[in-house]
Design a protein around this ligand. Structure first.
Ligand SMILES: Nc1ncnc2c1ncn2[C@@H]1O[C@H](COP(=O)(O)OP(=O)(O)OP(=O)(O)O)[C@@H](O)[C@H]1O
Ligand SMILES: [Mg+2]
Length: 260
């Protein structure tokens, strides 16, 4: 069964159909990419999946359940996590602290217990720190655990953002242009990193990306958006050779812009 289904999903901003009747299904453990020119509606699809925007029409379905009306924090609890087109880490906090904050909504400790510093509070804090460190070890960031996030090299900041999304125990990861601003070597490293996460951790990954080395090297399937509409979908090689895709996107220059 599909982990994520979008059915006839649309959102209009005034007269602009930013996402227009998009239907797609992402299977468990799939790496599914959405590509398309600037302004095609890719990030808006993520904002609809995470509940930042409510659709004008259509539905977002996670594991068979319609998410209509669910708030972003509820969707986090259901197992959706994302990264952003422009990195959003807590720059002044340490690497470990960034992870612990992501895990916070999952903690079941009561407010009173934490205010009164009950033993439960210390136990919980120790457990959470241990869990954060095991994630860091897994992604080779443990030696940087006490570094401020802003002091990490750019590629590592991107990786930390992805680990932070994983640390929410998400089953579905939405990655919005993770390779933006990376050099070719960092991009290759990122490719292995994303594959490793999918293979080891049972994650399903929806990826937005302009870097075709990454998209073609990593995706099981690719969908192409243009002016809010899905113009095609298929295996990487099929999509790459599709004349509609070449005309609408691959033949064009891409500029990197911030998301909403
Ligand atoms: N809140 C909003 N209000 C009005 N227009 C919006 C809003 N959010 C997005 N748009 C518009 O919707 C269209 C799609 O934007 P979106 O950010 O989804 O594009 P994108 O495919 O992610 O592009 P890029 O590759 O440049 O990141 C754009 O024309 C954008 O200006
Ligand atoms: Mg975008």
């Amino acid at each position: 069964m599909a982990v994520l289904e979008l059915t006839n999903l649309s959102i209009h901003f005034g007269g602009l159909k930013a996402v227009d009747d998009v239907t797609l299904a992402v299977e468990k453990k799939e790496i599914f990419s959405i590509i398309g020119p600037n302004g095609a509606g890719k990030t808006t699809v993520f904002n609809l999946i995470t509940g930042i925007y409510q659709p004008t029409a259509g539905a977002v379905i996670l594991d068979g359940a319609d998410l209509a009306g669910k708030k972003p924090y509820e969707r986090t609890r259901f197992g959706i996590a994302r990264t952003f087109q422009n990195i959003r880490l807590f720059k002044q906090l340490t690497v470990t602290e960034n992870l612990i904050l992501a895990m916070h909504p999952l903690r079941n400790i009561s407010l009173l217990a934490s205010l009164l510093r009950f033993p439960q509070f210390f136990r919980e804090r120790r457990d959470v720190t241990k869990k954060a460190e095991s994630y860091l070890e897994y992604v080779n960031l443990l030696s940087a655990k006490n570094e401020r996030a802003e002091n990490l090299p750019y590629g590592k900041q991107r990786e930390l953002e992805i680990v932070r999304a994983i640390a929410t125990d998400a089953k579905l990861l939405l990655l919005d242009e993770p390779a933006a601003g990376m050099n070719p070597q960092e991009t290759i490293q990122l490719m292995y990193f994303i594959k490793k996460i999918r293979n080891d951790m049972n994650k399903t990954i929806l990826l937005i990306e302009h870097d075709m080395t990454l998209v073609m090297g990593i995706s099981d399937r690719v969908a192409v958006l243009d002016y809010g509409r899905k113009i095609t979908e298929g295996l990487p090689d099929e999509v790459r050779n599709d004349q509609k895709v070449i005309d609408a996107y691959l033949g064009k220059e891409v500029t990197y812009v911030k998301d909403y």
